[in-house]
Ligand binder design. Structure first.
Ligand code: ZN
Length: 191
């Protein structure tokens, strides 16, 4: 999937959990933190490619991306698109939150939500890529790529950046986000 679809898919996953299932009463500042933490989680798996959206946003991103590339064993859609990779990045992010917590002490529940938003963003990325022809190597270093629908039906999966993603998936994901936000708003107003 393209970067914009990954970002929207991440926000959809977070909206479902925080606004639809948990119906959390979020302060504006926490909502903004969860929003960006989700976007970070949704961007992280594609740090393995210099064309990854996050690299484009950072100054000297393409040079930096080449420096950190060896960390992403196997190149694009390998370690960072697997369960082990997801575990490693969640662990690193939790360390970062702990370190940041030294400067901005947070309630444990707040740190939990921030970590959860990153996990949701990351999981949404693997889910979205599993809908594409290439699928994802969830059990890396095993080379088998999982997809929805499973093989041998990979031909009916989505082609990244083509009309189906841009004209159907992307608008539908954004529409779903708007519906969830609207329902959440009605729920808050009613109380
Ligand atoms: Zn990806």
């Amino acid at each position: 999937m393209t970067y914009k679809t990954h970002l929207s898919m991440g926000i959809l996953f977070s909206s479902i959990v925080f606004l639809n299932v948990d119906k959390l009463e979020l302060s504006t500042s926490l909502a903004i933190i969860l929003f960006f933490s989700t976007l970070l989680g949704a961007s992280t798996p594609d740090l393995d490619t210099p064309a990854g959206g996050l690299w484009q946003k950072i100054p000297a991103g393409s040079i930096l991306s080449r420096i950190v590339r060896p960390v992403f064993i196997g190149g694009h859609r390998h370690l960072s698109h697997s369960l082990i990779g997801m575990g490693i990045f969640i662990f690193l992010y939790s360390l970062l939150l702990k370190w940041l917590g030294l400067f901005f002490p947070l309630l444990p529940i707040t740190s939990y939500y921030i970590l959860l938003s990153f996990v949701l963003g990351y999981a949404s990325h693997l889910f979205a890529d599993s809908l594409t022809e290439d699928g994802v190597p969830l059990l890396f270093p095993l080379d088998y790529h999982f997809g929805i629908p499973p093989n041998p039906f990979q031909k009916v999966r989505i082609k990244t950046g083509q009309w189906f993603e841009n004209l159907v998936v992307y608008p539908l994901v954004n529409l779903a986000i708007l519906i969830i936000i609207y329902q959440y708003y009605i729920h808050i107003v009613k109380r």
